[in-house]
Design a protein around this ligand. Sequence first.
Ligand code: ADP
Ligand code: ZN
Ligand code: ZN
Length: 781
Amino acid sequence: MPLDGVFTYSVPTALAEQVKIGVRVLVPFGRNKTYVGIIAKTHKGPLPSGMQIKDVLQILDPSPILLDSQLRLWQWIADYYMSPIGEVYKAALPSGLKAEDGYKPKTETYIRLTSQFRSEQALHIAIDMLQRAPKQQKAFIDFLSSLQGNLLTPDSRLLSPVSEITRDELLNQGHSLQTITALIKRGLLETYEQEVGRLNHGGEPHLDKIQPLSPVQQDAYNQIQFSFLKKNVTLLHGVTSSGKTEIYIHLIRQALEQKQQVLYLLPEIALTVQIMSRLQRVFGDRLGIYHSKYSDAERVEIWQKQLSGHPYDVILGARSAVFLPFQNLGLVIIDEEHETSYKQKDPAPRYHARSAAIMLAQILRRQESGVRSQENTPAVDSSLQGNLLTPDSCLLNPRVLLGTATPSLETYHNAKTGKYGLVELSERYKGIQLPEIQVVDIKDLQHRKMMNGPFSPLLLSKVREALERGEQAILFQNRRGYAPMIECKQCGWVPHCQHCDVSLTLHRNLNQLTCHYCGHTYQVPTECPNCGCTQLQTRGYGTEKIEAEVHEIFPEARIARMDLDTTRSRQAYERIINDFSAGRTNLLIGTQMISKGLDFDRVSVVGILNADTMLNYPDFRAYEQAFMMMAQVSGRAGRKGKRGLVILQTKSPELPLIAQVVRNDYVAFYRSLIAERQQFRYPPYYRLVYVYLKHRQEPTVAAASMEMGALLRQWFSGRVLGPDKPGISKVKSLSIRKIVLKFEPSLNMSEVRKYLSLAQQQLLQNKRYSTLQIYYDVDPL
Ligand code: ADP
Ligand code: ZN
Ligand code: ZN
């Protein structure tokens, strides 16, 4: 349950032996309910007087399902991100592990020789013994022969005790269950149960298939190794297609040689598909994949495997993989570290997987160095890496490697100020040039009536040429659906969601209007309810409409679309990516999903249809996001063999940011933005916490947020901004207010949290606010 805090229970003497941190227990809760809980802490001593403490009812696990390091990480997440610990558990544990008996491992019945018959001599006796029971004899001999070479140990006298033969296999050879049971009754054979995995088996590892690094890559690899000796966290800043992934593969091999585990995080499930096949080729069945598109049963199985004596050595996963148990983690790779999808937005815990992974590494290092971490949770994010180097701490694992072509401002700042190590890789593999970027002024073309819908003539001709040459093209539009809105031609009426303060998106394939905030769907109106006019026109372009128009213009193109709507299942991702990789499709249309680290060989043209939607977003991070998105999507062009071309369509070609994208000048981009952040007191110079208040009644949330603001001003004075009505002020029938807390990093974060909770408590004492929701977004993105 998403409860805050931990609860105390007493342990009956009969159960005392089995109580360990990390095992699940059945406990009474409330008046007459029982729940599953996890033991977080044990203490001995007399019961405190005056407190009513109930008994633990039952212990559910023979051994812990959680490691100490996980408990510590989860507690840190709960504290740091101001989220009830129950929410963290809910997010972290597959539900099969939460329910009392939700997970049943699938087992199979195996057959083996009983111990007294595991010698050649005994076998001869056994076969003689079966002379009068020919069916049994035949079954027995078949059993022995199917063991083949497994039977005899090298000295050919003793027989190996365990042979992997299932009862079903034997039954399949035409022997009846009766016959087999008879052999068991005679004491020749016995059955045993073994868990079978539903997991993929990747086959034998082939470390010999690892490609040798180029001299430039080798140099970067060596620098990383050197940096690992001095820094806990290192940034690999390498342009797109420079071979960062190849370098990771070499680092993983090295960790495996040292018998260490590796956690490889990716921001997006779409990416795991490609990287998975690259890693599986070399690491085979030593690689496990973990993310939310896997079924719960599969996730439970990976979890159990990681706790077992033969865990995966490499875990590749999206952000939730940071919650898995690791027994011997040596290296954490956070690929595309700049991606905002590493931060969970909704629901709680609103954690950043990069920070969580860095924290996990720190917790494990502390454990290794035997340093007891303080009772209090560690301090702020930016001080995670602030450890002083001591001679014996400098070789501790795990190390953390962040990789990207476009580091987040925070990370590059940390690297530039020496908190992180920094390794730069500035050329593409085989020296292929970065793509040429041509800017197209669509405002001008619109004036001159030269645009074909959302496409400029240049873009269309370049795409046509590419397709004619047998190459591929990508079109990027960061809006899904058909049209972001429909509008009455006469009076300008726009349909809105009944539950949210947003206009509805038209999805033509489904023939409905959808709210992208609450998921509600509506029928497409045939006439305007306002003026009765039947001419409703669409405004703007979503990927679905782009697809329809491209289909008109290039009827022979084999088009694929990748966005949230076309990738609801894991198989859908795989199919779209594999089809495009193999050339079965040649024109890919997509949202930001396609910008992320995908590696395609034959893409010669990339079109960015409208840069302005990204630039005009009302947030201090809009420019950062826009730069990264454009640089990343450009990086998909011209990866193998030849230089690619990017057509960048915008209404504001004069912006310095556009020029920085064109020159692929990350450093200039960084310098201008970081100066702005400093001047206007934004991260990484200042810290932010957003306080959200929600209520069904608009006046209630308005009053509550004013009171909350006043309470906070008592302590934080000018550091409190708002309350404000956010751009989207109602979602799912709840009216929203937002208070921004902006403060200098020297302020003690746990004090900040303390006062926030205090204000919340005081506010909620008012009965009027009993159904008010308050939550926090710490280090918001
Ligand atoms: P990045 O991760 O920096 O975008 P990749 O590792 O995906 O770059 O490399 C880009 C392409 O170049 C891939 O197709 C990869 O297989 C190839 N490549 C990079 N380095 C090597 C190498 N040392 N040997 C062979 N191929 C390489
Ligand atoms: Zn109208
Ligand atoms: Zn809605």
